[in-house]
Design a protein around this ligand. Sequence first.
Ligand SMILES: Cc1cc2nc3c(=O)[nH]c(=O)nc-3n(C[C@H](O)[C@H](O)[C@H](O)COP(=O)(O)OP(=O)(O)OC[C@H]3O[C@@H](n4cnc5c(N)ncnc54)[C@H](O)[C@@H]3O)c2cc1C
Length: 401
Amino acid sequence: MFATVQRSFEVVIIGGGPAGSALAALLAKAGRRVALFERRAFPRFHVGESLIPAVNLTLERLGLLEAMDARGFVRKHGVQFFSPRGPSRPFYFAEVEDPRLHSTWQVLRSDFDQMLLEHAVAAGAQAFTQTPVFDVAMEDGAAKGVILGDDSVVRADVVVDASGQNGLLAQRFGGRDHIAGLENTSVFAHYKDVVLDPGIDAGSTLIYRLDGGAWLWLIPLPCVVSIGLVAHAQRIGAFGGSAAAMLDNAIERNPFLRERLVDAERTIDVRAVRDFSYRANRDGGPGWLRIGDALGFIDPIYSTGLFLSLFSAELAAAAIEREPRDFAGFAADYQRAFERFLVLVRAFYLDDFRFSEFAVDAERRQGLVDLLTGLVDTRSAIAVGEALRAAMAEEEERGIA
Ligand SMILES: Cc1cc2nc3c(=O)[nH]c(=O)nc-3n(C[C@H](O)[C@H](O)[C@H](O)COP(=O)(O)OP(=O)(O)OC[C@H]3O[C@@H](n4cnc5c(N)ncnc54)[C@H](O)[C@@H]3O)c2cc1C
């Protein structure tokens, strides 16, 4: 494998997940010489299966919209939240104006990620799987390439860290800020024969809130359904002694989800994954940038991970085209989106927050739908953010008093 790696590129990307592959495709289409190094063999399993519609805009620019249906991914038209007392009114993406955002997809990540990687290669990027990067090569304080397992250096004008939660460059270029209060863990699996709602609701994400800040997701995928439990790392043990027991018990505790699984059968082992929210304290510097989960990660309650990953890839592509020497601050628009989602995430974990009670008028509901779609800059979305911030400040004051 190493023998075929050329020794010099304009851009080297570390990691072949959605962020790295999307960036590789965008740059290759713009005529850049790009190499991408991925440590795993593809296809590979990955958690994170639900898209929000704003992702469609990147898929459209990549020319991949038709491929989404052709691959058999499930159409997702909305989201519904269930409190322990019952369901909220569903949120439908068709409530936003732009018809391109009226639905999106639920994907099998092994398939989705492979599609993006193959697309990058078809666009002209060179991709090397099973080729881990061990470090970044520096010269005069700037990134100048990457170091592979045989200690060889592949030189590049720009190095992009798209290595996911692994965050290869995190320590070298300033660490990460953990986001307090969101130190969660998740256990999840796939099931067949789960009862889904009829019509367009069959592809919706369903979120079941349990007591004590824990919750379950239900995401319909091609042929199977993904179900996962998210709970605070220090409290998830209360659900059971093993990952499988935790998931079984959590499902058992929620009557609305339990009734959908009466005849269901688990098709894969239950997996566990750390789910702490964090943000890198530097987005870029001389000759380097971070994108995707290497740049930041927010709790998966609203399925914003892939949107933020692809959005940061688009910002990186635009920044690289401008050819600055220093990429510090390239992700300002990403940071704004991150902040707007984070407020909504924190609201979800308030003990007495209910979507149905918060969406008291049309403007509030529109703001929520906009945010759930990924439209973070609309007037209604901004107003919802402000209202949530005010409600949280009030709650904090009540707590102190
Ligand atoms: C419990 C949970 C549920 C989630 N649910 C959702 C969801 O429903 N919807 C959603 O949008 N998001 C969800 N996410 C988030 C989503 O999975 C991520 O945001 C997304 O995968 C990030 O893409 P990425 O390309 O940045 O990283 P990844 O997809 O993790 O890809 C990084 C790649 O880098 C490779 N790599 C790592 N180190 C090296 C190295 N040294 N050299 C070479 N290659 C390397 C890895 O093998 C990997 O393939 C969820 C996350 C969690 C934890």
